[in-house]
Design a protein around this ligand. Sequence first.
Ligand SMILES: *[C@@H]1O[C@H](CO)[C@@H](O)[C@H](O)[C@H]1NC(C)=O
Ligand SMILES: *[C@@H]1O[C@H](CO)[C@@H](O)[C@H](O)[C@H]1NC(C)=O
Ligand SMILES: *[C@@H]1O[C@H](CO)[C@@H](O)[C@H](O)[C@H]1NC(C)=O
Ligand SMILES: *[C@@H]1O[C@H](CO)[C@@H](O)[C@H](O)[C@H]1NC(C)=O
Ligand SMILES: *[C@@H]1O[C@H](CO)[C@@H](O)[C@H](O)[C@H]1NC(C)=O
Ligand SMILES: *[C@@H]1O[C@H](CO)[C@@H](O)[C@H](O)[C@H]1NC(C)=O
Ligand SMILES: *[C@@H]1O[C@H](CO)[C@@H](O)[C@H](O)[C@H]1NC(C)=O
Length: 815
Amino acid sequence: MRQHNCSSVLSFPPLLLLLAVLFTFVSSTPQNSLYRGSSLSVEDDSDILTSPDKFFTCGFYPVGTNAFCFSIWFTNTVNRTVVWMANRDRAVNGHGSRISLQKDGTMILTDLDGGSVWSTNTTGTNVQKLELLNSGNLILTDPQGKILWQSFDSPTDTLLPTQTLTKNTKLISAKGEGMYSSGYFSSFFDNDNVLRLIYDGSEISSIYWPNPGVTVFENGRTNYNSSRIALFDDMGRFLSSDQLSFSASDMGIGIRRRLVMNSDGNLRLYSLNESTMSWVVSWEALRQQCNVHGLCGKNGICAYTPKPQCSCPPGYKMADLQDWNKGCKPMFNLSCNQTQEVRFLKLPQTDFYGYDLNFPSPVSFITCKNHCLESCDCQAFVYRLTGEGTCYGKSVLFNGVKTPDFPGSAYLKLPKSLVTSEDSRPKGSDPTCGSNRTETPLDPSVMYDTQSGTTKWVYLYSFAVAIGVIEVFFASFGWWFLFRKHGVPTSMEYGYQAIASQFRKFTYNELRKATNSFKDELGRGSSGVVYKGVLRDDRVVAVKKLGDVIQGEEEFWAEVTTFGRINHMNLVRIWGFCSGSVHRLLVYEYAENGSLDRYLFPDVFRSIRSPLLEWNDRFRIALGTAKGLAYLHHECLEWVIHCDMKPENILLDSEFEPKIADFGLSKLSQRGGAGSEFSRIRGTKGYMAPEWALNLPITAKVDVYSFGVVLLEIVKGIRLSSWILMDEAVEMTGLTSLLREVKRRIGNDEEFCVEDVVDPQLKGKFNRKQASMMVKIGISCVEEDRNKRPTMDAVVQALLECKDEPQVHTANMLR
Ligand SMILES: *[C@@H]1O[C@H](CO)[C@@H](O)[C@H](O)[C@H]1NC(C)=O
Ligand SMILES: *[C@@H]1O[C@H](CO)[C@@H](O)[C@H](O)[C@H]1NC(C)=O
Ligand SMILES: *[C@@H]1O[C@H](CO)[C@@H](O)[C@H](O)[C@H]1NC(C)=O
Ligand SMILES: *[C@@H]1O[C@H](CO)[C@@H](O)[C@H](O)[C@H]1NC(C)=O
Ligand SMILES: *[C@@H]1O[C@H](CO)[C@@H](O)[C@H](O)[C@H]1NC(C)=O
Ligand SMILES: *[C@@H]1O[C@H](CO)[C@@H](O)[C@H](O)[C@H]1NC(C)=O
Ligand SMILES: *[C@@H]1O[C@H](CO)[C@@H](O)[C@H](O)[C@H]1NC(C)=O
């Protein structure tokens, strides 16, 4: 092993060094193992390992100017094909970085500043050497040949023959063509044991394969086998425990293959043509590329022209000309007052998947249209010409696709005053198609490129981003040069950190640093302690350290995957997690204003009194919380029950917008499936539905009950739960008897005196109609018979009905 002399290299002019780095891998002295105590250096192009058959190479791979990742790639394919990376989201500097097999057995990747970027879990083991096998597997073995660590256990976006996909691994796409950091699409075993593809973007998460519109069994899968394992063999056959099986079109032995989660969201199997040394697609998960979710962003539409392309509907324009992920933004404002006239624009054969409003169906087209007209939340509706006609109101437009196969059309709600030209309707963005409108981008950044029978997405924006990245690196390089002169070797981490900030796994050290060694405690819950922290990219976060370390790895992953896919304005976003042998942590979005209980029930022991919540805020919090729960119950692909709704779990952001937190107790269960059994009681006294005590099946109605209690507390400004639990005598004369009376009157359609129920601290400043609606809903939610409780969707609808009351009122008076 060649020992590298750092000082001699560092005395080279940096530009020469850079060139030397760029002209790497020209000549090399192949070796296939690295022994304990030695290392590979980023500067030395002969510091690589090759597999005995020379097909695979392992070493530092350039991912940007002066940015490298420790990787494994196919040595001789036309364009070197990377199959694995240790540090795809944290590239290291082109100088001074190295991978070392330390004396203590750890294989560690260090950056210029000596800081650890990545390491294996082999500390303290009897590691002898690192070896690259013919299969492309990089392994650490002890003197007896036992494998202590292998790269096959932590795939990036590629699965190689003989490699397995397990419940602990996923394939995560790269950000874009020619990029390497983690992107938006992944392939993983879901909580119900089914292998799926999911889009996990900044605004939404959405499963798109296998077809989410039909059941697991209709997709030819099963969810009975919980082994969650898939094997891809030398013959080109793929077999998964959920009964998914497929084979390469050129099935047979002796052909090099790789299964890749592509950056366009498709999962493809590639076979190597050894005469041309290039890759040919021999299987792909989705024939219809537009069925991939999230491709064209919010309001965007994917259409075949015949190549799949993204475009914006009339009245919308691309939000970010470089990035379709950001979708399209409206060029109008739809207000929900009665003075603004709206019209509907038909987009034939177009569908938007998901985000359905709870509209009745089947109904006539006119009824469907009127429902959308009346609902403020309705941005558009999709009318399907199947059976008697199905009506879907859309609150958000995502996953738009236009295909001749779709038996229906979408109708966009637009202000009547907005002029749109019919020729700006989604279609190919062929620049020769003679229109000189400027609102719709002429050439959307996604092009579809057919190359020798294989298809490939080319993201123009990736070039733009790449140029940006290169700029950052050049800038950083300058800095490094300056600082080096002054003897301050500064890490360039900042530049490459910016590359990736999606949902991800954090290291314990990272979180310890972020939270300043867990100093700033935000609160304590049943499931753990929450600390405030600041990530390297300056995002303020809440880090929850789960106290219960006994909690199984599996349960933890379950929770994390639940989170990872849920994305709604009224639900706390999770940014990532950390799962070590001892530590389990979750990283959440930080809510500036803390939890609702602080405002509702002022604590006499707290020195700073929280301000009184105004009525408008109370109503908004109630509505937002209802929307969040309705989303969990009705709109998620999986049916999620929270099980622990209480003011402590409703966080308030800087605008006092509520965000439901702590899904730690929730459990996924298949919609309509038999899986709604809970093994142990969850929840908090005073908010728990009677079902828990009665041993009845637990359904989403337990959340409705708890929500009812919270709703009444928001109105009354008092801890209702503790009141009811208190002494019988006090209780009967207090709130409960009042509620009984109210209930009786509601039952008899009588008016009740809402002033008696509303928080007296508001001094009468509240909206009477909203307050009585909230009390009525609250009481119907806490019905003992769960069948009598409304659904969360119905609650949202009822609250929405009185939402714009003041505005409509004024409008009527003006007329
Ligand atoms: C190799 O990469 C270049 C540039 O990225 C591209 O033009 C070319 O088509 C690629 N070749 C193959 C066989 O993929
Ligand atoms: C390292 O982690 C892998 C995967 O989690 C595990 O299979 C292996 O046994 C671990 N090795 C050691 C030495 O703990
Ligand atoms: C589950 O799948 C694994 C892997 O495909 C298989 O070996 C096992 O027999 C299956 N178990 C059952 C009960 O079907
Ligand atoms: C490999 O590519 C060459 C040239 O395109 C073609 O003639 C040959 O049939 C291919 N071989 C295989 C096994 O597909
Ligand atoms: C829509 O309203 C927002 C704020 O109310 C305003 O900033 C924006 O310019 C408006 N957009 C259009 C197209 O009128
Ligand atoms: C193109 O622009 C010119 C002048 O700006 C205008 O007269 C003409 O009508 C436009 N053509 C179309 C198809 O919009
Ligand atoms: C209704 O909306 C329109 C368009 O946004 C606005 O100009 C008008 O002032 C609004 N009227 C009322 C009464 O809010």
